[in-house]
Design a protein around this ligand. Structure first.
Ligand code: CDP
Length: 150
């Protein structure tokens, strides 16, 4: 029983440490080329399938947000990006907090391919508000329009 109590306390402490350290960070990439941003159509979970997102995912332990953006773009889009500035504010999502980073394709990098999405499209400032974005990404529409307008 004493060992069980210790184990329980360890779990509680680990949870408290995670909460203090901050919520899980998810990064999303506003990949810009020729005054358009890349939107990617999600395949999962069922409630988000078919909706469009800025590609990204969870930041892993020991990884910077910029590292995570580069890794996710390699995994999901098969290309290399260079990370520019943060875009917009922190967005609360179920998974934690979503932070958008603007980026551009690295010199000579291939065009993105949908390796984990069901479609990709380049969206201009005029088109951004009409895209069927996932709920969290809708909050950055105004920032995306500003980013894309010269
Ligand atoms: O693949 P991984 O679990 O790293 O990430 P994900 O499933 O793509 O994203 C983690 C969470 O962030 C999910 O709940 C997504 O819905 C959310 N997300 C979002 O709201 N907007 C994005 N542009 C990217 C992720």
């Amino acid at each position: 029983p004493f060992r069980r109590l210790l184990a329980t306390r360890a779990t509680v402490l680990a949870e408290a440490a995670r909460a203090l350290a901050g919520a899980q960070v998810v990064v999303a990439t506003a990949l810009v080329r020729d005054a358009a941003v890349l939107a990617a159509r999600r395949t999962r979970p069922p409630e988000l399938a078919g909706l469009w997102e800025l590609p990204g995912g969870r930041v892993e332990a020991g990884e910077s947000e910029a590292d995570a953006v580069v890794r996710e773009c390699r995994e999901e889009l098969g290309t290399d990006v260079v990370v520019d500035a943060r875009l917009g504010t922190d967005l609360r999502i179920d998974a934690g907090v979503l932070r958008v980073h603007a980026a551009h394709l690295a010199d000579g990098a291939p065009g993105p391919r949908a390796l984990e999405h069901s479609g990709l499209r380049w969206v201009t400032a005029a088109e951004v508000p009409g895209v069927d974005w996932v709920p969290a990404d809708r909050a950055v529409v105004a920032d995306l329009v500003d980013l894309l307008r010269p």
